[in-house]
Design a protein around this ligand. Structure first.
Ligand code: SP5
Ligand code: ZN
Length: 350
């Protein structure tokens, strides 16, 4: 089997070490551990994916700025610097900043550090620490580098992103995401060639950020398969009647699935999603690939098995479109590496 596909990552991912999420006033271990990246890299190299590259993309910030608001990027940068000063002062390298109050009127004014946290962070799962801004920019840079390879003619690229991105809005962090890596890669490809792009989001959580960023865009098809948000994060979005607006109406598709969804129901749903992508005939396909759909995932709700990801990958390969796989969630660290390998095996042409 030919396994010479570009695997991109940036070692700065290991500097991203959020410690806690706050749930209902209690602190719980944060799920986005550096170990996630480590097990993926280890399993890829064990399984013969030899071409692992450290990615360097030039001109990352102008591309990030096509998607994210300038005041939000300034907030992330300043808040990371503030966390750094507090970390030094308190001799606590893990000093983390969380929101405590959110805007409550339409004319709300965020004029200091406390109000800006509420304005720019929508939950208590997404702490800002001293390295957050730089590592998030590096993660976006990995996805951009992947998009550049796709543009250069690579048929399949894997981008190992940590922190993940699909929950991040233009101006808000949330869901352990700061910058929307997939949306940024799509924006780069669109700006280069003004071509149609499809985004397929298979993380178990609705990709609220990606949906919102492209909600009015007729050239970016966004399809999400996820657990019904009446049960799970991000709660407020991911329902079937969210179809896009203005010129983008009809270009957004949500497929919420019940708790306990198995391979078979998932496969039937994926078939519908892939049909929509085939009809759209995009130039590029971006897959926001979360593996928190796995049966052992500690925060998941589905029962997908490791071999099933290969089958899903094969079906996506059947679209025969240049494909960038962008890593999102997946927290069963015993399984995560093999799940990624399984999915990529299915996607590889042989
Ligand atoms: C990228 C990604 O997969 N983000 C998902 C973020 C979901 N976080 C939800 C946390 C849910 C609260 N967990 C508290 C457990 C207490 N029983
Ligand atoms: Zn997820």
């Amino acid at each position: 089997m030919q396994r010479e596909i570009p695997i991109l990552y940036n070692p700065s991912t290991f500097l991203h070490r959020p410690q806690w999420e706050i749930f209902n006033g209690e602190r719980k271990p944060h799920q986005d551990t550096p170990q996630r990246a480590q097990v993926i890299l280890e399993e890829l190299s064990h399984c013969g994916f030899a071409d692992i590259q450290v990615s360097r993309a030039n001109e990352i910030l102008p591309i990030v700025s096509q998607v994210h608001d300038q005041d939000y990027l300034g907030f992330l940068d300043e808040t990371s610097q503030l966390a750094n000063r507090q970390a030094t002062r308190d001799s606590d390298p893990n000093k983390a900043i969380y929101p405590t109050i959110h805007p409550y009127v339409s004319y709300a004014r965020a004029s200091n550090s406390i109000s800006k946290r509420g304005q720019h962070v929508f939950d208590t799962y997404t702490p800002i620490m001293k390295n957050t801004y730089e590592v998030a920019v590096d993660s976006a840079g990995v996805a951009i580098a992947g998009a550049m390879l796709l543009r250069g003619g690579e048929p399949l690229v894997y981008s190992l992103n940590r922190p993940p991105g699909h929950h991040a809005l233009k101006g808000m962090a949330g869901g352990m995401c700061y910058l929307n890596n997939t949306a940024i890669a799509a924006s780069y490809l669109k700006a280069q060639e003004d071509k149609k792009i499809a985004i397929l989001d298979i993380d178990i959580h609705h990709g609220n950020g990606t949906q919102d960023i492209y909600y009015e865009d007729p050239e970016v098809l966004v399809i999400n398969i996820h657990v019904d948000p009446i049960f799970k994060f991000p709660h407020f979005t991911g329902y079937t009647d969210e179809r896009g607006s203005c010129a983008g109406h009809g270009m957004n598709h949500n497929f919420p699935l019940p708790m306990g969804t198995n391979n078979q129901l998932y496969e039937e749903t994926a078939a519908k999603a892939l049909e929509i992508i085939r009809d759209f005939q995009p130039e590029y396909l971006l897959v926001s690939a979360g593996f928190d759909t796995h049966e052992n995932d500690p925060i998941g709700a589905f029962k997908l098995t490791t071999p099933y990801y290969e089958e899903l990958g094969r079906h996506i390969r059947g679209l025969d479109m240049p494909t960038l796989v962008v890593q999102e969630g997946g927290y069963a660290t015993q399984n995560l590496g093999l799940n990624v390998v399984s999915f990529l095996k299915g996607l590889i042409r042989n």
